[in-house]
Write a protein that binds this ligand. Sequence first.
Ligand code: ATP
Ligand code: MG
Length: 266
Amino acid sequence: MTASRGETVDVNSERGAGEEPILELKNVSVSYGNIAAVEDLSLRVYADEIVTLIGSNGAGKSTTLRTISGLLRPRAGDVVYKGQRINGMAGHEVVKLGVCHSPEGRKIFHRMTVSENLDLGAFVRKDSAKIAEDRAWVLELFPPLRERLDQKAGTLSGGEQQMLAVARALLGNPALLLLDEPSMGLAPVLVDLIFQTIERIRRQGVTVLLVEQNALAALEIADYGYVLESGRLNLQGPAERLLSDDSVAAAYLGGSDVAAEVRRPD
Ligand SMILES: Nc1ncnc2c1ncn2[C@@H]1O[C@H](COP(=O)(O)OP(=O)(O)OP(=O)(O)O)[C@@H](O)[C@H]1O
Ligand SMILES: [Mg+2]
């Protein structure tokens, strides 16, 4: 089976094996005033997957995540989470259902400490024993934060701020974690660390929808990928098939030589 262009879902009969997806977007369109940002987008995420959404600048990736997390309302279509239609629901209600968003550009509170930023991640929760457990877990995932709990978040390095953004989203106790460009602006060694950490997060039972400019790294850890172009779904398929697709390589992976490199057996 090859990755299929422009088709709606159900192209991968092995995927999900008859399970209901944890998240489904059905023909979702989103506009900012008169500007259409996402058009007729359908996608599925199954429990325990890492699914990546890739595409060029302005393709509609962040808009899609903002729509799922309740920051934007779709003009048409539905967002269905665990069988429940969530479009139109307030952001904090969506967090309560277990959908947590680490937004693009980090969006942490610079004048608050690391510790206070982490507290905000858990603001909809009341299970204090489990919050303490999750706090210990995220500090174990991101050790640099542990040494900086009392430091103002605005004084953290770029990489540490990114860790804080992901850690804060994890403190919402997500079943589904939405990550918007977690590797943006990071040095290669930190990029590797972030991607390894995303894999660890998935192993702890958190499903991940990952938006990335770094398509190669994202596809390497993802199970399935969707490629957006100018607000529309252009291509979708299992991640390994997208990695070996020449058009994906040419557009997003820095040329087909990269795809040949990725395909080459060890
Ligand atoms: N608040 C806004 N008001 C008006 N237009 C917007 C707004 N936010 C985004 N857009 C437009 O919607 C389109 C999709 O933007 P979006 O931020 O979703 O893209 P993206 O795929 O996340 O891009 P990038 O990779 O650069 O982050 C773009 O054309 C953008 O200019
Ligand atoms: Mg974006």
